[in-house]
Write a protein that binds this ligand. Structure first.
Ligand code: FES
Length: 149
């Protein structure tokens, strides 16, 4: 193997390793759930928010719920043990599905941005996101799909 081939092969391997590590890292921070559909809403186990239990409990800041019964996913932000928001991931501008990253929901269509409460941070969208009322139980969240707040 000559020097050029060695460098080329080594660089390709390094890029592959770096890409794989980045992909694994992003999967670790993104959490999905399907929840359980009931007559009036969706039940999401609180344990789905747990990201690590050792040495202490750690939680995901948000969870994306995808269910066949929903046209768009719902993003649930966890503020603390008792406070959550459930946001419909449908852009209020023209209905594109939003993407979530950290504390922002962004629209790939025209660039609108929304915060963790669903308020518009950047247009062209002018209206807040649809928010579902939810109640916090001992082990689960209940998202009421009949209403919006
Ligand atoms: S559809 Fe989202 S900004 Fe236009």
């Amino acid at each position: 193997m000559n020097r050029r081939t060695f460098l080329k092969d080594t660089c390709v391997a390094c890029i592959g390793l770096a890409s794989g590590a980045a992909l694994l890292s992003s999967c670790k921070t993104m959490k999905h759930s399907s929840g359980t559909l009931t007559e009036n809403g969706l039940i999401v186990p609180l344990k789905d928010f747990i990201s690590s239990s050792t040495p202490e409990l750690r939680y995901h800041a948000y969870l994306v719920v995808r269910n066949d019964a929903l046209q768009y996913p719902i993003c649930i932000y966890r503020f603390n043990e008792q406070e959550y928001t459930a946001l419909y991931m449908r852009c209020s501008h023209q209905g594109a599905e939003l993407q979530v990253a950290g504390d922002r929901l962004t629209c790939p269509a025209h660039g609108s941005e929304f915060d963790r409460t669903g308020s518009v941070q950047q247009g062209p969208a002018g209206d807040a996101l649809r928010r579902f009322p939810l109640s916090v139980g001992a082990d689960e969240l209940f998202i009421d799909l009949r209403k919006q707040s």
